[in-house]
Design a protein around this ligand. Structure first.
Ligand SMILES: Nc1ccnc(=O)[nH]1
Length: 416
């Protein structure tokens, strides 16, 4: 039995501990003066967090925006993104998707992410993306946890056999069923798609993660129906609502009625702060909306919510590098989560809250769990957010996935 002890650590949500003892790849103890170990590693007063969790990305799309002579779309709208991707995907192969997705996974992991939920477009009779991501999920499982959503980007009813293809993705092994009701051609079809998704989830015993109300239209209220379905079937904890931008345009009277229903249902929310700040508000002049749902209220009411890196240089969004610290930084600015209490728990938005949404059962800095954690180049959570600290090490099952030297920020400036 080999043991490792990490000493001089500042451990997230363990104010009374400064040491981590790892035995055979598991957390054996988190505390003080934990006794001898085969190997002792000095973390020199740095912050330890559970690994970052990205609950929403499109790994089948990553870097497609870098391939032509144009990054991003002309209009910057979601609809142009969908059209350009529909064109692009027709000729791609499983090997090509694997290559791009692997590059995306590596880029994400290099910033401390170890858990990723990716939507995979199944509006493709060849199921090219699903085949590629299923292979990667298996090949990489010891290093990174991947969850796949069977997602109909070109929508369930507008695309020929869309519903059947979503079901096919589940039969092939996707972890969750997806949908995009706001893209269906009429409200009725959007509503039908929500009900069909839930039926598929019950039939195959899978989670649900819906692109929902990703627009600025306060009349787009598919979230209301998703909540009701999840509520009546006691499925809230298995269900995630992604984007919900239009809820940021809802008036207070409606919003607070819904907030009560979200609480009763135990629904999970996923927000893409950088992508939706970029994609939304495109039809506004001024004031110009920022595309972000009511995260402040969700946090204040104990509704589970987290941030995600939706895109990396794809045909929907021209930036992104998979660094969730950047997403957290943008997210807390756009949602104004920057008071003293917020700073103490903001890291939940890219760690524990997303782990809850993904229903990860072996996650977090607790005895008995797999010894997975990251080390930040900062002495506490506030400093980590203020300076947007680098992740210096990522540890999985007690072994380093990577370890790097801190950057010297204390340059000598001669100003006098
Ligand atoms: N933000 C988005 C990226 C990809 N597909 C979508 O429907 N939305």
């Amino acid at each position: 039995m080999s043991t490792k002890k990490f000493i001089n650590a500042v451990i997230y949500k363990h104010d009374d501990a400064n040491e981590i003892l790892v035995e055979n790849g598991k957390f054996k103890a988190i505390g003080k003066d934990l006794g001898p170990a085969d190997e002792v590693i000095d973390l020199e007063g740095r912050l330890v967090l559970p690994p970052y969790v990205d609950p929403h990305i499109h790994l089948d799309y990553v870097y497609t925006g870098l391939e032509g002579d144009q990054t991003g779309s002309d209009s910057g709208t979601l609809f142009e993104g969908i059209e350009r991707w529909a064109e692009y995907k027709r000729t791609q192969t499983v090997e090509e998707v694997k290559e791009r997705a692997l590059r995306g996974i590596k880029e994400q992991m290099s910033y401390g992410t170890q858990y990723i939920r990716t939507h995979v477009d199944v509006t493709d009779p060849n199921m090219t993306g699903m085949k590629a991501l299923l292979e990667l999920r298996e090949e990489l499982k010891d290093k990174v946890t991947l969850q796949l959503v069977s997602f109909p980007q070109e929508s369930m009813y507008s695309y020929k056999n869309g519903l059947e293809l979503v079901e096919e993705g589940l039969k092939m092994g996707a972890d969750a069923v997806g949908g995009i009701p706001h893209s269906e051609i009429a409200r009725l079809y959007g509503e039908k798609s929500v009900q069909q998704m839930m039926e598929l989830a019950y039939k195959y015993n899978r989670m649900v993660d819906v692109h929902i109300d990703e627009n600025d239209d306060p009349q787009s209220r598919f979230l209301e129906l998703l909540t009701a379905e999840a509520y009546y079937n006691d499925y809230g904890k298995y269900t995630a609502a992604s984007h919900t931008c239009s809820f940021g345009s809802a008036d207070d009277s409606y919003a607070y009625r819904m907030i009560g229903n979200f609480i009763k249902t135990g629904l999970n929310f996923i927000v893409a702060p950088t992508e939706n700040a970029y994609l939304q508000g495109r039809y506004d002049t001024y004031p110009k909306r920022r595309g972000i749902t009511r995260v402040r209220e969700f946090v204040d009411h104990g509704i589970n919510v987290g941030f995600a890196q939706d895109s990396i240089a794809d045909l929907f969004y021209p930036a992104g590098n998979g660094n969730l610290m950047n997403i957290l930084d943008n997210g807390i600015h756009l949602t104004q989560l920057m008071n003293d209490e917020d700073f103490k728990r903001n890291f939940d938005l890219i760690t524990y809250n997303n782990a809850k949404t993904m229903m990860l059962d072996d996650y977090g800095l607790e005895e008995g769990n797999s010894a997975n954690f990251i080390v930040l180049d900062a002495p506490d959570v506030y400093e980590a957010q203020r300076i947007r600290a680098d992740v210096l090490a990522s540890v999985r099952n007690g072994e380093y996935l990577f370890k790097k030297k801190p950057v010297e920020y204390d340059v000598e400036l001669e100003l006098d």
